[in-house]
Write a protein that binds this ligand. Structure first.
Ligand code: MSP
Length: 687
């Protein structure tokens, strides 16, 4: 475990922690605060989890996004005095891992051991403060998964049958024929394999009504609302029983009642959240203390597993449900998901080596809006690092510490006067923490950092307004100038101290460096410190290294580009790699297709299939109905008016009770769709 609880931190994990309390004393028309130590009661427990990652490859920046968010939240809650349990880990079984190991000529265990070591090293480098790291190949997990399986069986929720359907190995998901979109996995768009084998089933359908009730009457259970609506739609379509065992490979946990079968990897993986707590042992203090989890933080494509299958499993074994599942968006690159085969994965280690952990964490938390997809580009990242970190925060700290050394002999003076600028800075500084709390409640890390930067920028502006270098010229003879100069240095130091508390959950090393420069490295920060002023009188400042060096963006962009080319070359991905195409066809084959320009005059959702959109398309004299499985990519209203290309002589098909005559053309990069449009007249031939 990379993160060790120090003696100082240990107080957060017990019932009581210590805090500075500041009693109000009247001074020069405002409140002065005096330090005294009092006890603050622990706020209770907080259990947060990340998904457990497939160790099928090294993790990329997209994976770190979720873990960085969970880490920031865990640190925030610890800072507030909660007894936090933050869990992550690796999901090591399944067909995908077995295949990868075979390709590499090693055992699955050897394969995952190597990758998991890399993942743990990555979290150590990124200073991820997890309390437990679960590997699903650990005996503590395996034994309990089998016990949970038996409990579900005893409940009458498991039966043996025959599975006939489709399996997506990269997603380790089962699909029925009607769930496929254009014959591919509806989640990732990749090809699926027809599967037919004896299998055990979980009576998921039995829990349909309770699940609907959960979504409809407990809106907080799944957030954001868009995800909740998707899940309501999914459950309303009707739940089928879930296949929960496989016989076509053996890298998994054996079904306890039938050793020819291994337990479906998702059933195995989801239980991690409670097996680590000792469930279902008789003696399970951790479970009693931490379950139900406060938040399962997961990516949007695995919300279904966490809010349909997982709750149904828990209902089956009579275990309370997690309080909340939050589905975050993806980090996209070049308009699509990162993928090794496209050579567009962003390696977090490269960025950390060049810019440091805190700069990368800041960027991830500041740039993206929780719940939505975001596009990653080096340019946006470098500009953020330069403007927000080097210019705003770095400059504020280095200017202020230098001035305190120069004008006050390195000792933070007491405030001795107050004008409007001083008052304004104080008010702004003290107003940030409640705003941050409100944003953190909603996992709005970007808004929390935005508010903190209002203070950072205000403090920089304050220096320009107060012009301490002018005050310093006359301070020796003019007591008023001296009082103003002292107050200015004092207030800047206080603002920096407050910022050091506010940013601690997001960039704790930077926070520590700032506290070291303020001479308070030995004072453990607590959240309440962000609500008070006047704590630093007499502390001795130390000038440290620049917190964030200024980056030459052009130069960095070039070098990152070079590194990417090198990485692609090492991975055997040629820069001008020919496209992988379907077999060549004759012109006569192509000529059989009648392509026409059509204008969409109406678009609506298919009444019986959530994935389908029903279009009325005008092609010159004729208007006809065309149905496409694209509702997850387009809103019906945004399609109306588009002039599109229709495969007009395609044999009509019946799609869930409605006829589709023809097909629209879409451009597909494996993850994202674009519709092919034209400015030609409707009815025109395309050739
Ligand atoms: N093993 C399952 C989770 C089981 S949890 C009981 C799994 N693993 S995964 O490695 O494929 O994905 C783990 C998480 O990483 C998912 O939440 C997924 O959304 C997230 N991400 C993977 N690529 C991502 C981006 N490009 N951007 C943001 N998150 C991404 O699913």
């Amino acid at each position: 475990m990379p993160w060790k609880i120090t003696d100082d931190e240990a107080c957060f994990r017990g019932a009581v922690c210590w805090n500075y309390y500041l009693g109000p004393v009247s001074f020069a028309g405002r409140k002065e605060k005096k330090m005294a130590e009092v006890k603050t009661e622990s706020k209770g427990k907080y259990y947060i989890t990340t998904p457990i990652y497939y160790p099928s490859d090294n993790l990329h920046i997209g994976h770190t996004y979720c873990t960085v968010m969970a880490d920031a939240m865990a640190r925030f809650k610890r800072l507030q005095g909660y007894d936090v349990r933050f869990q992550t880990g690796t999901d090591e079984h399944g067909q995908k891992i077995q295949k990868k190991a075979e390709e590499k000529g090693v055992t699955p265990q050897e394969f995952v051991d190597e990758i998991v070591a890399g993942i743990k090293q990555l979290w150590k480098t990124m200073e991820i403060s997890y309390d437990d790291f679960i590997r699903t190949t650990e005996p503590r997990h395996i034994k309990r998964v089998q016990e949970i399986f038996m409990k579900m069986n005893e409940k009458g929720d498991i039966y043996k049958g025959k599975y006939e359907g489709w399996y997506c190995t990269p997603c380790e998901s089962y699909w029925t024929e009607k769930q496929l979109v254009d014959g591919c996995c509806p989640d990732c768009g990749r090809p699926v394999q027809k599967t037919s084998e004896d299998a055990y089933f979980f009576r998921l359908s039995k829990y349909q009504d309770r699940l609907l009730d959960l979504f409809e009457n407990h809106p907080d259970f799944l957030q954001p609302d868009t995800r909740r609506n998707e899940m309501i739609g999914f459950v309303k379509q009707g739940l089928e029983d879930l296949c929960i065992s496989r016989t076509s490979f053996d890298w998994g946990i054996q079904v306890p009642i039938d050793h020819d079968h291994v337990i479906y990897v998702w059933l195995d993986a989801l239980t991690n959240y409670i097996t680590t707590l000792g469930y279902p042992d008789e003696d399970r203090p951790e479970y009693d203390k931490y379950w139900p989890a406060d938040v399962h933080l997961v990516g949007k494509e695995i919300v279904r597993f966490h809010t349909v299958i997982w709750p149904a499993m828990l209902m089956s074994i009579d275990v309370p449900l997690p309080k909340q599942v939050l589905g975050h968006g993806w980090l996209l690159i070049d308009g699509g998901k990162m993928s090794k085969s496209k050579g567009n994965v962003v390696d977090p280690v490269v960025l950390i080596d060049r810019y440091g952990v805190d700069a990368l964490k800041y960027f991830l938390l500041r740039e993206y809006t929780f719940g939505q997809d975001g596009v990653f580009t080096n340019e946006v990242m470098l500009n953020r690092m330069n403007f927000d970190l080097a210019n705003d925060l770095g400059n504020l700290v280095s200017r202020s510490i230098t001035m305190i050394q120069k004008y006050c002999g390195g000792k933070i003076p007491a405030a001795a006067s107050q004008d409007d600028f001083d008052k304004d800075l104080r008010e702004i500084a003290l107003a940030v923490a409640p705003k941050v709390e409100a944003h953190m409640e909603k996992f709005q890390f970007n808004l929390a950092l935005d508010d903190i930067w209002v203070l950072v920028r205000r403090a920089n502006k304050y220096i320009d307004e107060k012009m301490p270098w002018v005050l310093a010229k006359t301070a020796a003879e003019d007591p008023d100038a001296k009082a103003q100069l002292d107050t200015c240095m004092h207030d800047l130091a206080e603002a920096i101290r407050i910022i050091s508390v506010l940013i601690l959950p997001f960039m704790h090393s930077t926070s520590e460096k700032m506290r070291d420069q303020l001479g308070i490295a030995d004072k453990k920060a607590v959240w309440e410190d962000a609500f008070v002023f006047d704590q630093l009188d007499g502390e001795e400042v130390h000038r440290g290294e620049a917190l964030f060096p200024r980056l030459d963006v052009e130069k960095e962009l070039k070098e990152l580009d070079e590194l990417k080319k090198q990485q692609m070359a090492e991975a055997g991905i040629a820069e001008n790699k020919p496209l992988e195409l379907k077999p060549e066809i004759e012109f006569d084959d192509f000529d059989k297709i009648d392509l026409r320009v059509g204008k969409i005059i109406k678009a609506e959702k298919h009444p019986k299939a959530d994935k389908l959109l029903v279009f009325q398309v005008k092609m010159g004299t004729e208007t006809r109905q065309v149905i496409s499985g694209v509702s997850q990519y387009f809103k019906p209203e945004e399609m109306v008016g588009k002039k599109v290309i229709v495969v007009a002589n395609l044999k009509p098909r019946n799609l869930r009770g409605m006829e589709s005559k023809g097909m629209l053309l879409f451009a597909d990069n494996g993850e994202k769709l674009g519709i092919v449009t034209t400015d030609a007249e409707d009815g025109n031939s395309v050739n």
